[in-house]
Write a protein that binds this ligand. Structure first.
Ligand SMILES: [Zn+2]
Length: 449
Protein backbone atom coordinates (compact mmCIF):
# COMPACT_ATOMS: atom_id res chain seq x y z
CA UNK A 1 0.00 0.00 0.00
CA UNK A 2 1.30 3.44 -0.85
CA UNK A 3 0.03 6.35 1.13
CA UNK A 4 0.00 9.68 -0.65
CA UNK A 5 -0.61 12.78 1.48
CA UNK A 6 -3.31 15.23 0.54
CA UNK A 7 -1.25 18.39 0.53
CA UNK A 8 1.90 17.08 -0.97
CA UNK A 9 4.29 19.77 -2.06
CA UNK A 10 6.69 17.20 -3.30
CA UNK A 11 4.36 15.12 -5.40
CA UNK A 12 6.69 14.26 -8.28
CA UNK A 13 9.39 13.22 -5.86
CA UNK A 14 6.88 10.93 -4.20
CA UNK A 15 5.87 9.42 -7.52
CA UNK A 16 9.47 8.72 -8.44
CA UNK A 17 10.25 7.27 -5.04
CA UNK A 18 7.16 5.10 -5.00
CA UNK A 19 8.10 3.77 -8.43
CA UNK A 20 11.59 3.00 -7.18
CA UNK A 21 10.16 1.39 -4.09
CA UNK A 22 7.97 -0.86 -6.16
CA UNK A 23 10.99 -1.88 -8.17
CA UNK A 24 12.68 -2.51 -4.86
CA UNK A 25 15.47 -0.19 -5.86
CA UNK A 26 16.46 0.66 -2.33
CA UNK A 27 19.85 2.12 -3.27
CA UNK A 28 18.51 4.67 -5.75
CA UNK A 29 15.71 5.59 -3.41
CA UNK A 30 18.16 6.27 -0.60
CA UNK A 31 20.23 8.49 -2.92
CA UNK A 32 17.13 10.43 -3.83
CA UNK A 33 16.13 11.19 -0.29
CA UNK A 34 19.61 11.87 0.99
CA UNK A 35 19.68 15.07 3.04
CA UNK A 36 15.91 15.05 2.98
CA UNK A 37 13.86 13.90 5.89
CA UNK A 38 10.69 13.48 3.93
CA UNK A 39 9.33 11.41 2.47
CA UNK A 40 10.59 8.03 3.62
CA UNK A 41 9.95 4.71 2.03
CA UNK A 42 9.48 1.79 4.36
CA UNK A 43 9.45 -1.92 3.85
CA UNK A 44 7.50 -3.91 6.37
CA UNK A 45 9.44 -7.13 6.34
CA UNK A 46 6.73 -9.31 7.84
CA UNK A 47 3.88 -8.28 5.60
CA UNK A 48 5.75 -7.19 2.48
CA UNK A 49 3.81 -3.97 2.64
CA UNK A 50 5.20 -0.78 1.27
CA UNK A 51 4.35 2.63 2.62
CA UNK A 52 5.48 6.12 1.99
CA UNK A 53 5.28 8.44 4.91
CA UNK A 54 5.40 12.18 4.57
CA UNK A 55 6.05 14.87 7.12
CA UNK A 56 8.63 12.87 8.97
CA UNK A 57 10.47 15.50 10.92
CA UNK A 58 14.20 15.33 11.50
CA UNK A 59 14.63 14.12 15.06
CA UNK A 60 17.59 14.64 17.36
CA UNK A 61 20.74 12.87 16.14
CA UNK A 62 21.01 9.16 16.80
CA UNK A 63 17.83 8.90 18.78
CA UNK A 64 15.01 6.57 17.85
CA UNK A 65 11.72 8.34 17.37
CA UNK A 66 8.21 7.22 16.79
CA UNK A 67 6.12 9.26 14.43
CA UNK A 68 2.41 8.93 14.93
CA UNK A 69 0.29 10.14 12.06
CA UNK A 70 -3.43 9.71 11.91
CA UNK A 71 -4.41 6.62 9.94
CA UNK A 72 -0.86 5.75 9.11
CA UNK A 73 1.02 3.02 10.90
CA UNK A 74 3.61 4.49 13.25
CA UNK A 75 7.14 4.35 11.98
CA UNK A 76 10.31 4.05 14.00
CA UNK A 77 13.18 5.98 12.53
CA UNK A 78 16.77 6.71 13.44
CA UNK A 79 18.47 9.91 12.35
CA UNK A 80 22.12 9.30 11.62
CA UNK A 81 24.18 12.46 11.89
CA UNK A 82 27.12 10.92 9.99
CA UNK A 83 25.10 10.30 6.87
CA UNK A 84 22.48 13.01 7.48
CA UNK A 85 19.91 10.37 6.75
CA UNK A 86 16.76 9.56 8.55
CA UNK A 87 16.82 5.79 8.36
CA UNK A 88 13.70 3.84 9.05
CA UNK A 89 14.71 1.07 11.36
CA UNK A 90 11.58 -0.85 12.06
CA UNK A 91 7.85 -1.01 12.16
CA UNK A 92 6.75 0.11 15.62
CA UNK A 93 3.74 -2.12 15.48
CA UNK A 94 5.40 -5.45 14.90
CA UNK A 95 8.79 -4.65 16.37
CA UNK A 96 7.83 -2.44 19.28
CA UNK A 97 8.40 -3.71 22.82
CA UNK A 98 4.76 -4.74 22.88
CA UNK A 99 5.03 -6.39 19.44
CA UNK A 100 1.40 -7.39 19.13
CA UNK A 101 1.40 -9.26 22.43
CA UNK A 102 -1.58 -8.06 24.41
CA UNK A 103 -0.99 -8.71 28.10
CA UNK A 104 -3.74 -8.20 30.63
CA UNK A 105 -1.38 -6.90 33.34
CA UNK A 106 0.70 -3.85 32.38
CA UNK A 107 4.48 -3.75 32.80
CA UNK A 108 4.33 -0.75 35.11
CA UNK A 109 2.50 -2.85 37.71
CA UNK A 110 5.58 -5.06 38.02
CA UNK A 111 7.94 -2.10 37.84
CA UNK A 112 6.10 -0.61 40.82
CA UNK A 113 6.55 -3.90 42.73
CA UNK A 114 10.28 -3.86 41.99
CA UNK A 115 10.51 -0.39 43.54
CA UNK A 116 8.03 -0.67 46.39
CA UNK A 117 7.40 -4.36 47.03
CA UNK A 118 8.90 -6.86 49.47
CA UNK A 119 12.01 -8.82 48.48
CA UNK A 120 9.79 -11.72 47.45
CA UNK A 121 7.50 -9.48 45.39
CA UNK A 122 10.52 -7.84 43.76
CA UNK A 123 11.99 -11.19 42.76
CA UNK A 124 8.64 -12.34 41.37
CA UNK A 125 8.14 -9.09 39.44
CA UNK A 126 11.61 -9.33 37.89
CA UNK A 127 10.86 -12.91 36.91
CA UNK A 128 7.53 -11.95 35.29
CA UNK A 129 9.08 -9.06 33.35
CA UNK A 130 11.91 -11.30 32.13
CA UNK A 131 9.44 -13.91 30.88
CA UNK A 132 7.35 -11.19 29.20
CA UNK A 133 10.46 -9.85 27.48
CA UNK A 134 11.24 -13.36 26.30
CA UNK A 135 7.71 -13.74 24.91
CA UNK A 136 8.08 -10.54 22.90
CA UNK A 137 11.43 -11.62 21.49
CA UNK A 138 10.17 -15.07 20.61
CA UNK A 139 7.05 -13.64 19.10
CA UNK A 140 9.11 -11.47 16.78
CA UNK A 141 10.95 -14.59 15.65
CA UNK A 142 7.60 -16.20 14.91
CA UNK A 143 6.21 -13.26 12.95
CA UNK A 144 4.79 -14.27 9.63
CA UNK A 145 3.38 -17.54 10.91
CA UNK A 146 -0.11 -18.06 9.58
CA UNK A 147 -3.10 -17.71 11.86
CA UNK A 148 -3.98 -21.09 13.29
CA UNK A 149 -7.25 -22.90 13.36
CA UNK A 150 -9.41 -21.36 10.64
CA UNK A 151 -12.60 -23.32 10.22
CA UNK A 152 -15.65 -22.93 8.07
CA UNK A 153 -17.91 -24.52 10.72
CA UNK A 154 -20.48 -22.33 12.43
CA UNK A 155 -20.19 -24.08 15.80
CA UNK A 156 -17.80 -23.33 18.61
CA UNK A 157 -14.52 -25.20 18.34
CA UNK A 158 -12.26 -25.09 21.36
CA UNK A 159 -8.88 -26.59 22.05
CA UNK A 160 -7.04 -26.36 25.35
CA UNK A 161 -3.37 -27.18 25.77
CA UNK A 162 -1.06 -27.55 28.74
CA UNK A 163 2.32 -25.82 28.53
CA UNK A 164 3.47 -27.81 31.57
CA UNK A 165 5.22 -24.71 32.94
CA UNK A 166 7.33 -24.19 29.83
CA UNK A 167 7.96 -20.58 28.84
CA UNK A 168 9.17 -21.34 25.32
CA UNK A 169 7.02 -19.73 22.66
CA UNK A 170 7.99 -22.26 20.04
CA UNK A 171 6.40 -24.96 22.23
CA UNK A 172 3.02 -23.24 22.10
CA UNK A 173 0.29 -24.34 22.19
CA UNK A 174 1.73 -27.28 24.23
CA UNK A 175 0.30 -30.68 25.07
CA UNK A 176 -3.33 -31.16 23.98
CA UNK A 177 -5.58 -31.79 27.00
CA UNK A 178 -9.11 -30.99 25.83
CA UNK A 179 -11.02 -30.48 22.61
CA UNK A 180 -14.64 -29.92 21.63
CA UNK A 181 -16.74 -32.86 22.78
CA UNK A 182 -14.23 -34.27 25.26
CA UNK A 183 -14.85 -34.56 29.02
CA UNK A 184 -13.51 -32.51 31.93
CA UNK A 185 -9.79 -32.95 32.44
CA UNK A 186 -9.86 -32.51 36.22
CA UNK A 187 -7.37 -29.66 35.79
CA UNK A 188 -9.35 -26.62 36.98
CA UNK A 189 -7.40 -24.13 34.85
CA UNK A 190 -7.86 -26.15 31.65
CA UNK A 191 -11.56 -26.73 32.36
CA UNK A 192 -12.22 -23.10 33.36
CA UNK A 193 -10.56 -21.78 30.21
CA UNK A 194 -12.50 -24.29 28.09
CA UNK A 195 -15.83 -23.28 29.66
CA UNK A 196 -15.10 -19.55 29.69
CA UNK A 197 -14.00 -19.47 26.05
CA UNK A 198 -17.29 -21.25 25.23
CA UNK A 199 -19.22 -18.52 27.07
CA UNK A 200 -17.34 -15.80 25.20
CA UNK A 201 -18.07 -17.52 21.88
CA UNK A 202 -21.75 -17.78 22.83
CA UNK A 203 -21.89 -14.13 23.81
CA UNK A 204 -20.46 -12.91 20.50
CA UNK A 205 -22.62 -15.35 18.58
CA UNK A 206 -25.95 -14.70 20.32
CA UNK A 207 -25.62 -10.96 20.91
CA UNK A 208 -23.75 -9.87 17.76
CA UNK A 209 -24.24 -12.88 15.42
CA UNK A 210 -20.48 -13.25 15.23
CA UNK A 211 -19.03 -16.67 14.46
CA UNK A 212 -15.85 -16.75 16.57
CA UNK A 213 -13.06 -14.19 16.60
CA UNK A 214 -12.67 -13.95 12.84
CA UNK A 215 -16.40 -14.44 12.10
CA UNK A 216 -15.43 -17.54 10.13
CA UNK A 217 -15.51 -20.10 12.92
CA UNK A 218 -11.89 -19.87 13.97
CA UNK A 219 -10.92 -22.53 16.52
CA UNK A 220 -10.40 -21.01 19.95
CA UNK A 221 -6.97 -22.14 21.08
CA UNK A 222 -5.93 -21.64 24.72
CA UNK A 223 -2.85 -22.73 26.62
CA UNK A 224 -2.69 -22.95 30.41
CA UNK A 225 0.20 -23.39 32.87
CA UNK A 226 2.46 -21.14 30.83
CA UNK A 227 5.85 -20.70 32.60
CA UNK A 228 6.21 -21.23 36.34
CA UNK A 229 3.74 -19.29 38.51
CA UNK A 230 3.57 -16.64 35.78
CA UNK A 231 1.56 -13.53 36.74
CA UNK A 232 -0.01 -12.65 33.40
CA UNK A 233 -2.25 -13.75 30.53
CA UNK A 234 -2.04 -12.65 26.92
CA UNK A 235 -3.27 -12.90 23.35
CA UNK A 236 -0.35 -13.44 20.96
CA UNK A 237 -2.15 -12.80 17.69
CA UNK A 238 -3.17 -16.46 17.34
CA UNK A 239 -4.25 -17.81 20.71
CA UNK A 240 -4.82 -17.11 24.40
CA UNK A 241 -2.10 -17.96 26.92
CA UNK A 242 -2.54 -18.09 30.72
CA UNK A 243 -0.05 -18.16 33.58
CA UNK A 244 -0.86 -19.84 36.91
CA UNK A 245 -0.29 -16.85 39.22
CA UNK A 246 2.12 -17.06 42.13
CA UNK A 247 -0.06 -16.41 45.21
CA UNK A 248 2.28 -13.53 46.03
CA UNK A 249 0.90 -10.82 43.74
CA UNK A 250 -1.75 -12.72 41.79
CA UNK A 251 -3.87 -15.47 43.25
CA UNK A 252 -3.36 -18.89 41.76
CA UNK A 253 -5.92 -20.15 39.19
CA UNK A 254 -7.57 -16.73 38.85
CA UNK A 255 -6.08 -15.65 35.50
CA UNK A 256 -7.44 -18.80 33.88
CA UNK A 257 -10.60 -18.76 35.99
CA UNK A 258 -12.07 -15.31 35.47
CA UNK A 259 -14.54 -14.90 32.62
CA UNK A 260 -13.74 -11.21 32.12
CA UNK A 261 -10.02 -12.04 31.69
CA UNK A 262 -10.85 -14.59 28.98
CA UNK A 263 -13.35 -12.13 27.44
CA UNK A 264 -10.65 -9.46 27.45
CA UNK A 265 -8.06 -11.68 25.72
CA UNK A 266 -10.50 -13.03 23.14
CA UNK A 267 -11.69 -9.53 22.30
CA UNK A 268 -8.09 -8.73 21.32
CA UNK A 269 -8.67 -11.43 18.70
CA UNK A 270 -11.90 -9.79 17.49
CA UNK A 271 -10.10 -6.45 17.30
CA UNK A 272 -7.23 -8.07 15.36
CA UNK A 273 -9.69 -9.30 12.74
CA UNK A 274 -11.68 -6.05 12.50
CA UNK A 275 -10.38 -2.56 13.34
CA UNK A 276 -6.93 -4.04 13.98
CA UNK A 277 -6.12 -1.09 16.22
CA UNK A 278 -2.36 -0.63 16.49
CA UNK A 279 -1.09 -1.58 19.93
CA UNK A 280 0.66 1.73 20.47
CA UNK A 281 -0.31 5.31 21.27
CA UNK A 282 -3.99 6.27 21.25
CA UNK A 283 -5.03 3.32 19.11
CA UNK A 284 -3.28 1.02 21.60
CA UNK A 285 -5.23 2.58 24.47
CA UNK A 286 -8.41 2.09 22.47
CA UNK A 287 -7.47 -1.52 21.70
CA UNK A 288 -6.98 -2.23 25.41
CA UNK A 289 -10.18 -0.39 26.27
CA UNK A 290 -12.22 -2.44 23.77
CA UNK A 291 -10.97 -5.60 25.48
CA UNK A 292 -11.96 -4.27 28.90
CA UNK A 293 -15.38 -3.05 27.69
CA UNK A 294 -16.26 -6.41 26.14
CA UNK A 295 -14.62 -8.35 28.99
CA UNK A 296 -16.84 -6.62 31.53
CA UNK A 297 -19.87 -6.81 29.23
CA UNK A 298 -19.46 -10.58 28.78
CA UNK A 299 -19.27 -11.11 32.56
CA UNK A 300 -22.43 -9.00 33.00
CA UNK A 301 -24.20 -10.90 30.20
CA UNK A 302 -23.33 -14.29 31.71
CA UNK A 303 -24.65 -13.15 35.11
CA UNK A 304 -27.62 -11.33 33.55
CA UNK A 305 -26.57 -8.23 35.49
CA UNK A 306 -27.87 -4.71 34.98
CA UNK A 307 -25.47 -1.79 34.72
CA UNK A 308 -26.48 -0.74 38.24
CA UNK A 309 -25.85 -4.18 39.75
CA UNK A 310 -22.47 -4.72 38.08
CA UNK A 311 -19.16 -4.02 39.85
CA UNK A 312 -17.50 -2.59 36.71
CA UNK A 313 -14.22 -4.15 37.79
CA UNK A 314 -11.81 -6.07 35.57
CA UNK A 315 -10.02 -8.94 37.27
CA UNK A 316 -11.97 -8.64 40.51
CA UNK A 317 -10.32 -10.70 43.26
CA UNK A 318 -7.36 -11.48 41.00
CA UNK A 319 -4.73 -9.76 43.09
CA UNK A 320 -3.48 -10.30 46.62
CA UNK A 321 -3.49 -6.52 47.22
CA UNK A 322 -6.16 -4.28 45.71
CA UNK A 323 -9.71 -4.74 44.63
CA UNK A 324 -9.10 -5.54 40.98
CA UNK A 325 -6.80 -4.98 38.04
CA UNK A 326 -8.86 -2.09 36.63
CA UNK A 327 -11.91 -0.13 37.64
CA UNK A 328 -14.08 1.14 34.81
CA UNK A 329 -16.27 3.21 37.11
CA UNK A 330 -13.24 4.83 38.75
CA UNK A 331 -10.12 4.43 36.59
CA UNK A 332 -6.90 4.73 38.59
CA UNK A 333 -8.42 3.43 41.82
CA UNK A 334 -8.33 -0.35 41.39
CA UNK A 335 -5.15 -1.11 43.37
CA UNK A 336 -2.31 0.76 45.10
CA UNK A 337 -0.16 2.26 42.31
CA UNK A 338 -2.91 2.13 39.66
CA UNK A 339 -2.12 4.94 37.20
CA UNK A 340 -5.02 4.68 34.75
CA UNK A 341 -6.32 8.02 33.50
CA UNK A 342 -9.91 8.93 32.66
CA UNK A 343 -9.57 12.33 30.99
CA UNK A 344 -8.04 13.00 27.59
CA UNK A 345 -6.21 16.09 28.91
CA UNK A 346 -3.92 13.71 30.84
CA UNK A 347 -3.08 11.61 27.77
CA UNK A 348 0.53 11.41 26.56
CA UNK A 349 1.81 9.46 23.57
CA UNK A 350 4.40 7.56 25.60
CA UNK A 351 1.85 6.16 28.04
CA UNK A 352 1.32 2.45 28.54
CA UNK A 353 -1.77 1.36 26.62
CA UNK A 354 -3.25 0.02 29.88
CA UNK A 355 -2.98 3.53 31.35
CA UNK A 356 -4.64 5.49 28.54
CA UNK A 357 -7.32 2.81 28.12
CA UNK A 358 -9.06 4.36 31.14
CA UNK A 359 -10.41 7.11 28.86
CA UNK A 360 -12.38 4.65 26.72
CA UNK A 361 -13.33 2.53 29.74
CA UNK A 362 -14.77 5.49 31.59
CA UNK A 363 -16.71 6.68 28.52
CA UNK A 364 -18.22 3.21 28.07
CA UNK A 365 -19.14 2.94 31.76
CA UNK A 366 -20.78 6.39 31.80
CA UNK A 367 -22.68 5.79 28.56
CA UNK A 368 -24.02 2.47 29.91
CA UNK A 369 -25.02 4.08 33.20
CA UNK A 370 -26.71 6.96 31.37
CA UNK A 371 -28.86 4.53 29.39
CA UNK A 372 -29.43 1.94 32.16
CA UNK A 373 -30.60 -1.65 31.72
CA UNK A 374 -28.17 -4.16 30.23
CA UNK A 375 -24.86 -2.95 28.82
CA UNK A 376 -24.88 -5.32 25.83
CA UNK A 377 -28.33 -4.33 24.56
CA UNK A 378 -27.68 -0.75 23.49
CA UNK A 379 -24.29 0.81 24.28
CA UNK A 380 -22.56 -2.56 23.80
CA UNK A 381 -23.98 -2.69 20.27
CA UNK A 382 -22.74 0.83 19.59
CA UNK A 383 -19.23 -0.10 20.76
CA UNK A 384 -19.29 -3.38 18.79
CA UNK A 385 -20.23 -1.71 15.50
CA UNK A 386 -17.69 1.03 16.13
CA UNK A 387 -14.86 -1.45 16.73
CA UNK A 388 -15.74 -3.87 13.96
CA UNK A 389 -16.97 -1.53 11.22
CA UNK A 390 -15.81 2.02 11.88
CA UNK A 391 -12.41 2.27 13.55
CA UNK A 392 -9.18 1.81 11.60
CA UNK A 393 -5.77 0.66 12.82
CA UNK A 394 -4.60 4.19 13.60
CA UNK A 395 -7.82 5.54 15.14
CA UNK A 396 -7.64 7.63 18.29
CA UNK A 397 -10.00 8.53 21.12
CA UNK A 398 -11.60 11.42 19.21
CA UNK A 399 -12.41 8.98 16.38
CA UNK A 400 -13.99 6.62 18.91
CA UNK A 401 -16.05 9.46 20.39
CA UNK A 402 -17.24 10.58 16.95
CA UNK A 403 -18.10 7.13 15.63
CA UNK A 404 -19.86 5.90 18.78
CA UNK A 405 -21.89 9.13 18.69
CA UNK A 406 -22.77 8.57 15.04
CA UNK A 407 -23.53 4.85 15.44
CA UNK A 408 -25.77 5.56 18.46
CA UNK A 409 -27.72 8.04 16.32
CA UNK A 410 -28.05 5.56 13.44
CA UNK A 411 -29.16 2.68 15.67
CA UNK A 412 -31.47 4.43 18.10
CA UNK A 413 -32.35 7.77 16.50
CA UNK A 414 -30.57 11.05 15.92
CA UNK A 415 -30.73 13.26 19.00
CA UNK A 416 -32.22 10.42 21.03
CA UNK A 417 -31.48 9.33 24.60
CA UNK A 418 -28.75 6.90 23.56
CA UNK A 419 -26.89 9.38 21.38
CA UNK A 420 -27.03 11.99 24.14
CA UNK A 421 -25.86 9.35 26.64
CA UNK A 422 -22.81 8.72 24.46
CA UNK A 423 -21.91 12.39 23.94
CA UNK A 424 -22.40 13.19 27.64
CA UNK A 425 -20.13 10.28 28.53
CA UNK A 426 -17.30 11.39 26.23
CA UNK A 427 -17.67 14.97 27.45
CA UNK A 428 -16.72 13.78 30.94
CA UNK A 429 -13.52 12.32 29.50
CA UNK A 430 -12.68 15.70 27.95
CA UNK A 431 -13.83 14.92 24.39
CA UNK A 432 -16.57 16.58 22.36
CA UNK A 433 -18.22 13.94 20.17
CA UNK A 434 -19.22 15.13 16.70
CA UNK A 435 -20.31 13.64 13.39
CA UNK A 436 -17.36 11.87 11.77
CA UNK A 437 -16.36 12.40 8.15
CA UNK A 438 -17.13 8.92 6.84
CA UNK A 439 -15.37 9.64 3.56
CA UNK A 440 -12.20 10.94 5.21
CA UNK A 441 -10.09 7.98 4.19
CA UNK A 442 -11.73 7.13 0.92
CA UNK A 443 -10.52 8.34 -2.45
CA UNK A 444 -7.20 9.11 -4.07
CA UNK A 445 -5.29 9.47 -0.80
CA UNK A 446 -4.91 5.71 -0.55
CA UNK A 447 -3.64 3.78 -3.52
CA UNK A 448 -3.65 0.02 -3.14
CA UNK A 449 -1.39 -2.09 -5.30
ZN1 LIG B 1 -5.17 -6.59 26.86
Amino acid sequence: MVWIPKNCYCFYRLIIISALCVLNSRKKEQQLRKHVCLPTCVWFASAEVLQIQSRMSCPAPNTPTRTLIRNVRPICSMYNENTSENTVTRNCVTDSPNAGICFIVPAHYFEHKIKEGSAEQRDRAIYTLKISQLIRGQRMALSGVQTLGLSAHAKVRREVYDMQNSQTQTELPGKSVRQEGSKDTGDQDADNVFNNSGTVYKFYNEVFKRNSLNNRGMTLVSSVHFARDYDNAYWNGRQMVYGDGDDIDFKKHKLAGLLDVTGHEMTHGVTNFTSNLDYVGESGGLNESMSDCFGVMIAQWAANQTVDAASWLIGEGLMMEGEALRSMKDPGKAYPGDDQIKNYKDYRDDMDVHTSSGIGNYAFYLACKNVGGHSWEKIGKVWYITNTARLKHGSGFQDAANHTFDVAGSLFGEGGTEQKAVSDAWKKTGLEAKKPDLLANVGPRVVRR
